[in-house]
Write a protein that binds this ligand. Sequence first.
Ligand code: M6R
Length: 612
Amino acid sequence: MCGIVAYIGNREACPLIIKGLKRLEYRGYDSSGVALIEDSELNIYKKKGKVSDLESQLTDKNLNAKIGIGHTRWATHGEPNDVNAHPHFSNDRKLAIIHNGIIENYAAIKQNLIQKGHVFQSATDTEVLIHFIEDIQKETGTSLEEAVRLALLEVVGAYAIVVMSVDFPDQLIAARKGSPLVIGVGKDEFFFASDATPIIEYTKDVVYLDDYEVAVVRDGKLSIQNLDNTQKVPYIQKLEMELETIEKGGYDHFMIKEIFEQPRSIADSMRGRVRADEAHLQLGGLANYIDKLAASERIVIVGCGTSWHAGLVAEYLFEELARINVEVEYASEFRYRNPVIKENDIVIAISQSGETADTLAAIELAKSKGATIFGVCNVVGSSIARASHAGAYTHAGPEIGVASTKAFTAQVTVLTLIAIATAKRKGTISEETYRQLLVELETIPAKVEQVFENAAKIKEIAFIFTYARNFIYLGRGLNFPVALEGALKLKEISYIHAEGYPAAEMKHGPIALIDEDMPVVFLATKDSSYEKIVSNIQEVKARKGRVIAIVTEGDTLIPTMVDFVIEVPKVHEILTPLVSVIPLQLLSYYIAVMRGRNVDQPRNLAKSVTVE
Ligand code: M6R
């Protein structure tokens, strides 16, 4: 969604902000802009399109401001164009604002301001907010900081904002509710951003702003207060992120880099948690809650997109290993139902970004009904991580490609650890199975590496199907969510229509689609449903469908039946998704590249969906 970067200090603000906006490009956007104060003037430059379009507009200008705010916009109110791009001016053009989120009651505020003579340039809710701040400041004669606070007490919705004033060129004011904002603390300089990626190369000292907090940098000092006016001591944390993790490192796209990073990211998600030789499994964040998990009668898992698919995998794991009843819900549906949640229910919220608005709202709803919330997030310090009672980070490292890849396998890894730990505590698995699973888990990174040996073959298959118009993905058991994930990966980056189904469901409708033009990807690894999936393959072949089968190495039957096979190493059945998803990620990547798609930033999509 929108990206925010702001700077105040002794460096040149403009190039730093542009670089920061480029680091946030992965979040998805349609226009960008900067506001700078120089020579006692507040100027705004904005442009529809890429940050590089904005940059070209700025090249012939001699900009040496030491304070500025910048923004990438993902349109909500008003079409993507130069006028609706942020920053926005106040009526007297003395204030400028950038905003991520939605002001829900903007229409009523706007109407009132129009009656007072305000003239609006854009169709955005954000412009209304800065006019409102200006109006309060003028009517009450109060400070800008107080006007921001008073305005925010009136607005309904979500926001992360940064405001600056030409009258106070040593001041930046920021606030958040429901949209992330990180403040980098340097020597005599401060950075504001939607996530830490624009900040990391300048400082590792950061403050994560909480909801309802207003941060003010004035005269080189940072102060934070709540909307209710109580002062807070800024809590400075050290970033653990390294710069190289947010750069492409020689790869053509972040997505392929992230696919190939999986042996390491899976190992990282187990690091310090699993030691098979000592039969040790411990997740620090869950230590105080493991008894509660083991005693629970029901777990509700909420998430969206790929994270929801990881939740479906977890459903099988918790039911199979820990014998706990699990329901997996789209967060967006859950939050608007009147779900039955009891006090001893456990809700597991899964999110790579930790900022997904629907997942956050689902957590708040479940919390209000007394449930205990476990967050499984990738981004450290994110809103969902902080809104949860306990949790486990996935430690996959920054995921920049919009298509989630390493985040999925890290989520599945961590959920597997939680399920095994719960089962152990509950006594629903034998000591032998427990030890065997830990040993097998430690072999997964090497087995994922082995799947990469098939990359050239997968590329050839991608070439053959580059211009397919539809795809069907079929799997059973633990491979059913993998089929859904494979279809999602393909559709979101190649724009090919793709559907995932449980293989047995095919004969209840989708089989009507099968003909010689329909590629069907079967997840057909050697597991407890192998014989059944063989029958499903026969059903598709009988109707001339073109079958690509993901099989266990050494399988001699399925290769005789299908058009293409991709082998994956043998793993314990419980761990199947961690290897069977890899060829599907590669297939969708290669097809998208061959179709000339913008793989890392597919159309209409944002990495972090902070609006509902
Ligand atoms: O950050 P989250 O995991 O909460 O995001 C949820 C979905 O928006 C996300 O998984 C989305 O479906 C990805 N683009 C899938 O690749």
